[in-house]
Structures are given as structure tokens and as C-alpha cells.
Design a protein around this ligand. Structure first.
Ligand SMILES: Nc1ncnc2c1ncn2[C@@H]1O[C@H](COP(=O)(O)OP(=O)(O)O)[C@@H](O)[C@H]1O
Ligand SMILES: [Mg+2]
Length: 245
């Protein structure tokens, strides 16, 4: 499933969301990189990430989906009943780990540890991950961010979490529950991440059209236009050759 990059020894993992990898010249995301998945609520962020992890685990990868604030039970049920993404067997085989973390409790523990000693913070306290992991989803980083009392500690924490994913040589999807490019509430996630995918649910006359844009990707060239996607009972499908405007 892995692909070698052109220039160096970088290894790219395809997102495995149908159509999406055709938007990226290198065909995926470089191992060690974290991509922010950004959009309003209901724009399809959780589906996008879950689908990527599901397909990757089917292909033999080890994946971790961390629910901060979202109920993992509900996410699991919805993905199965809406899109047939049934992780029961993958969980049993240890390929797919679905974890619940209480964001406010988690944030206060991290803040306390950071206040004491950033450098000495236990790796598992930054983010508990299995020894071998290929993909990680944080759903959502906004829930963690909103629970931090001090902005400076949130920035430091982001730095640690991104480094941890890099050290694992995994790819990370960090979900941000905010609007698109130029949103005044744009936080540090965007400039700290290696990539940003924005999901839109645009009003077009009387209807709404779903669209996706890669606004940043350090590891590869990519399509710059905003392309449509659909959510059907098979999940997300991106149409890189079509245009929304
Ligand atoms: N079976 C389905 N067919 C088409 N669209 C669906 C289906 N199930 C859910 N959706 C759409 O998916 C949206 C939820 O996507 P989700 O990834 O949970 O959003 P986000 O994580 O960005 O808040 C719902 O608001 C709904 O519009
Ligand atoms: Mg969600």
C-alpha cells in the first residue's frame, strides 16, 4: 500500500478515501506528517478520517481513532449503520483501536505535566499509542483546545503531539471543528500542521454542495481547486476532475 516519494526516501500512505489521492501528486501523505481536517460541523470530517482508517486497517495497517468528546460507541455505530464500515473484526484482530478520552480531564493532566516539566513529560502522557501504529485520528483537537486554560500550554502540547506522531513514523489526522480558510478563529493547528484539508458544505442556490480543498501540503504538490465530494451510503467519494464553481 505504501509508495516511495520521488526525491528522497520518504514513504507516502494513500488516504484511501476514494478520489482523494488523485488530488495529491505523490498519491498520499508522507509518514511522520500530521494533516488538519478542518470544517464546520456536519461537513464530513469524522467520516473522512474513519474511512481512511478503516480501509488502511483492512489492508493490514495498525490504526488508532481517538475520540475526545465524541462518544466512540456512537461513532462506531453510526459508521457501521450508515456506511457499512464495521470494525468489529478489525478491533478483535487488534488492527483498529477506538479510544475514548475525556477532553477536560485530559487537558488538565497535560497542563499540569507541562507546568512541571515539558521536556520530561512521559511519551504516553502526551498521547498513549501502541508500539506499532500507522495512522492516528484525533477527533477532535478542538475539544482538547477548548479544554485548555492556558493557550501557551495548548501550543506546547500540539508541538509534542505532532512530534510523537512523527517519532512513530505514522500519519496523523487532526480534526478541527472550525470554518475554512481565512476564518478569524483559525488557530495554531493550521500553521503547525504539515497539511490542511478543508471540507465545505456550500450553499448553492436552494441546495448545498459538499466540497473539499487542500489548502496546504508540505510533502507534495496537489490540486489547488475546490472539488466536489459526495457522502453516500458507501461513505465519502471525492471528484477531483470536477469543479464546484
Ligand atoms: N447514509 C448517509 N448518506 C449520506 N449522508 C450521510 C449519511 N449519514 C450521514 N450523512 C451525512 O454526514 C454528516 C455527518 O458527517 P460527519 O463526518 O459526522 O461530520 P463532522 O465530523 O464534520 O461533524 C451528516 O450531517 C449527514 O449530512
Ligand atoms: Mg465529527
Amino acid at each position: 500500500m505504501e509508495k516511495k516519494g520521488k526525491s528522497d526516501d520518504a514513504v507516502f500512505l494513500p488516504t484511501l478515501v476514494p478520489g482523494m489521492d488523485k488530488m495529491i501528486t505523490n498519491g498520499g501523505i508522507r509518514r511522520g506528517d500530521v494533516v488538519v481536517i478542518r470544517g464546520e460541523s456536519g461537513s464530513g470530517k469524522s467520516i473522512f478520517c474513519f474511512q481512511s482508517l478503516y480501509n488502511a486497517a483492512l489492508g493490514g495497517e495498525n490504526v488508532v481513532y481517538i475520540c475526545f468528546g465524541e462518544s466512540s460507541k456512537k461513532v462506531k455505530e453510526n459508521m457501521k449503520s450508515n456506511f457499512g464500515l464495521d470494525i468489529e473484526k478489525l478491533e478483535g484482530d487488534g488492527k483498529f483501536k477506538l479510544i475514548d478520552l475525556n477532553p477536560s480531564q485530559f487537558a488538565s493532566e497535560v497542563e499540569e505535566a507541562l507546568a512541571k516539566n515539558k521536556a520530561g513529560m512521559e511519551q504516553d502522557a502526551v498521547l498513549k499509542l501502541p508500539s506499532k501504529v500507522d495512522r492516528v485520528v484525533l477527533d477532535s483537537l478542538s475539544a482538547v483546545s477548548d479544554s485548555f486554560t492556558h493557550r501557551i500550554y495548548y501550543r506546547e502540547y500540539l508541538d509534542l503531539i505532532f512530534s510523537r506522531i512523527e517519532a512513530k513514523n505514522a500519519i496523523g489526522f487532526a480534526i478541527v471543528e472550525r470554518g475554512g480558510c481565512g476564518d478569524v478563529s483559525e488557530g495554531p493547528e493550521n500553521y503547525m500542521a504539515d497539511g490542511v484539508f478543508v471540507l465545505y458544505n456550500l450553499k448553492k442556490e436552494k441546495d448545498r454542495v459538499r466540497a473539499l480543498e487542500v489548502t496546504k501540503l508540505r510533502c507534495s504538490n496537489h490540486l489547488k481547486n475546490t472539488v466536489p465530494f459526495k457522502i453516500t451510503d458507501r461513505g465519502i467519494e471525492v471528484y477531483p476532475k470536477e469543479s464546484v464553481f
